[in-house]
Design a protein. Structure first.
Length: 306
């Protein structure tokens, strides 16, 4: 047989080594809530889950977060079963990002979480968590000392506060870096960068912010950038005072394009979408029209990205 053809035939049977991320990556992003304070019933309050090698890491705790997590677990993401909701990272303390925290503290405990919730966030996080525990003291006492079989630890909260950016959490699966962003007049407000150790894949969650150079730098070459956004079309319909407010606190499509064109993530996911009528929900198209050439998706609750 001709030596050339023999070489070709042999190459067809060569088993190439699998890419490292095919073997060692388990990274998923689950949108548990994409909404805003307008209380659209189709969108729960802001919350994003990072899944890596059997563990879940929740960013923010908007209204409805536990119910969305249960729904995701029923769809096969077992890491989001209530007993597994043990790590939450708050971007800032705006009520729409924290109004579901009492639910996150207490409901998984009732549903058999046996360890305390580990809560990471800016200054004021411990005060918020302690206040919720105190507010529900009668409920907790009844469950502990009444006839309901309740464990002694699942309602507790270990709060970890930080005021500067940098690595704020690490375990065998991920490293979590806090990123100072620009959310109007808030003193302490952060995004997060998750790096999966086994694959080096990265996910950046912007948190609430207008244009942020820190977010751009953190998101350089990220696999997934989950970024908040407001509709410029919808904003232009609002009064001058609201336009001024939102411009100082949130990201416009033009700013989004500037961020994404510099960072060049593999996938841009829009969440916490600021629009005020169902007809305004065309944010991916707005970003494309503003000049972004990459892949962009305007997320809905329970969307999963890998």
């Amino acid at each position: 047989m001709n030596k050339f053809f023999l070489t070709v035939i042999m190459s067809l049977f060569t088993i190439l080594p699998a890419r490292a991320d095919d073997i060692t990556s388990d990274l998923k992003v689950v949108m548990l809530g994409t909404g805003n304070p307008m209380s659209n019933p189709e969108r729960s309050g802001p919350a994003v889950a990072i899944i890596s090698h059997g563990k879940s890491y929740i960013i923010d705790s908007g209204v409805g977060v536990v119910r969305r997590a249960v729904e995701a677990s029923r769809r096969g993401i077992s890491e989001l079963a209530p007993k597994n909701l043990t790590r939450v990272f708050l971007t800032h303390l705006h009520s729409d990002h924290t109004a579901g925290l009492a639910n996150m503290i207490l409901t998984p405990w009732v549903l058999r979480r046996t360890e305390p919730l580990n809560l990471y966030g800016p200054p004021g996080t411990k005060h918020l968590a302690d206040g919720l525990i105190d507010a529900y003291k009668q409920d907790i006492d009844m469950r502990l000392h009444g006839t309901q079989p309740a464990n002694a630890d699942g309602y507790k909260v270990n709060s970890f506060e930080f005021s500067k950016e940098g690595i704020i959490f690490e375990d065998e699966n991920v490293t979590v870096e806090a990123i100072a962003n620009n959310h109007g007049t808030w003193q302490y407000t952060f995004g997060y960068k998750f790096t999966e150790k086994s694959s080096a894949k990265t996910v950046v969650i912007s948190g609430d912010t207008t244009y942020s150079e820190n977010i751009v730098k953190a998101a350089m070459g990220a696999d997934i950038l989950v970024h908040e956004i407001m509709s410029q079309i919808a904003l232009s319909k609002r009064s001058d005072d609201w336009q001024k407010y939102h411009a100082a606190f949130h990201t416009s499509p033009k700013q989004m394009v500037k961020i994404a064109n510099r960072a060049k993530p593999r996938l841009l996911v829009l969440y916490h979408q600021q629009y005020w009528d169902k007809a305004d929900d065309h944010l991916a198209q707005e970003v494309k029209a503003a000049g972004y050439q990459g892949d962009v998706i305007s997320a809905n609750d329970l969307d999963v990205f890998e």
